[in-house]
Design a protein around this ligand. Structure first.
Ligand SMILES: [Zn+2]
Length: 385
């Protein structure tokens, strides 16, 4: 049975804070996207308090506590008149000039030097124009023929006085500041349903005929943060998130890739992933051992660009903090080689991997990935100039 994908659009009516736990000094930071767990928690709350859904335990479990509904991260969307372009995290294999970052912002014209994706081609040491070092560029992209466009989240910094516990007055010289995502930013993300029935039931019970619903998300809800509108803007049937995100089916991507990088494949993380080895130790790389243990296949990891990341163990449904975990950052990319006589078996298993995702907490948006992403072979040098 094929999945049903809904694309959700969130418009922030107030600034919003999705805090990262590891904070330095007195600046608290926010994620620059809306984690799937936040949307899961907000909709679970909405279902209980606005729709009186607690009466229906089966629906609640099916929607929010099963793998039948998976809530993806929402990334900043680019709005052009009435259209919204869904964005994807820029792979960590993409580098640009440190001084004149060459990835253009939409409608921005300025000096910019080289950039490139280095998953397949050999890593360069420096900018080809000014010989400055290269660096990653954090952010998101979308593809609109024939170019890629760069999108970043608009943030604001707020300053607050620290209030003395005893006097309830501001302490002198004690100010803390925190980041928030600016209001009127748009985000889009995907909700995956394992079948059509659960999707229809979900839409009926949550939206009940309304076009959009009002939610409060993130921190500081009672202090003017996190009010937003959520609505569904697109629907699609299919097997893989990538057919929705990059609009090319698995087979043609696989064939294209094999023409250029014979007997190799790539994995590119669309969201943070939490994976462990068989002793339940957290991994920071999707390793050869992991492939052997999880999929029973032999591959050689030949190159990768990855970043470990702390992941808050927060249960959106129960509102309880859980233990913090180490995961692998979205945008991490891995290149593997395999034995040519295993080609069909590998392809089958990878198709399934892309369909299912990897690791833990997939219903909160973790572990979604793209196999043999066109980005690395066809798109990585097509940023708008
Ligand atoms: Zn340069």
């Amino acid at each position: 049975m094929s999945n049903t994908f809904l694309m959700a659009l969130v418009e922030l009516e107030e600034p919003a804070i999705f805090s990262c736990r590891h904070e330095a000094g007195n600046l608290s930071r926010t994620h620059n996207y809306i984690p799937g767990s936040i949307i899961l928690g907000a909709l679970a709350n909405y279902f209980i308090y606005e729709k009186n859904g607690s009466a229906d335990e089966d629906d609640f479990k099916g929607f929010f506590l099963s793998e039948d509904v998976k809530f993806g991260n929402l990334y900043p969307a680019f709005k052009e008149e009435k259209a919204f372009y869904h964005t994807i995290p820029i792979p960590l294999s993409t580098f640009t000039c440190k001084h004149y970052p060459g990835i253009n912002k939409k409608n921005f014209r300025g000096e910019q030097h080289s950039f490139a994706d280095f998953l397949i081609s050999e890593m360069a040491n420096e900018c080809q124009t000014c010989h400055a070092p290269l660096k990653n560029r954090e952010g998101y992209y979308f593809y609109k023929k024939p170019f890629l466009y760069y999108v970043e989240t608009r943030k604001i910094i707020k300053m607050h006085n620290v209030i003395d516990d005893k006097t309830q007055k501001p302490e002198e010289n004690a100010v803390f500041s925190f980041e928030a995502i600016a209001e009127e930013e748009y985000f889009t993300g995907i909700i995956i349903f394992s079948n059509e029935d659960i999707k229809s039931n979900f839409v009926n019970k949550i939206f009940g005929g309304e076009k959009e619903i009002e939610l409060s998300i993130g921190k500081g809800k009672s202090r003017g943060y996190g009010k937003c509108k959520l609505k569904i803007i697109a629907e699609r049937q299919g097997e893989y998130i990538s057919s929705f995100l990059i609009k090319r089916d698995f087979d043609t991507r696989w064939e294209d890739w094999q023409k250029k990088g014979q007997n190799t494949f790539s994995l590119t993380l669309y969201s943070d992933a939490i994976i462990t080895d068989k002793y339940l130790r957290h991994l920071t790389v999707i390793s050869e051992e992991w492939f052997k243990e999880e999929l029973g296949i032999d591959v050689n990891l030949i190159k990768y660009f990855s970043k470990p990341i702390f992941i808050d163990g927060f249960s959106g449904v129960y509102g309880l903090p859980l233990e913090q975990e180490i995961g692998i950052s979205k945008g991490s990319t891995f290149l593997y080689r395999f034995n040519s006589n295993k080609s069909e078996e590998i392809k089958d298993k990878l198709e399934n991997l892309e369909k299912e995702g990897i690791g833990f907490r997939k219903n909160e948006g973790f572990g979604w990935l793209i196999v043999c992403d066109d980005y690395h072979v066809n798109w990585g040098d097509k940023w708008e100039k």
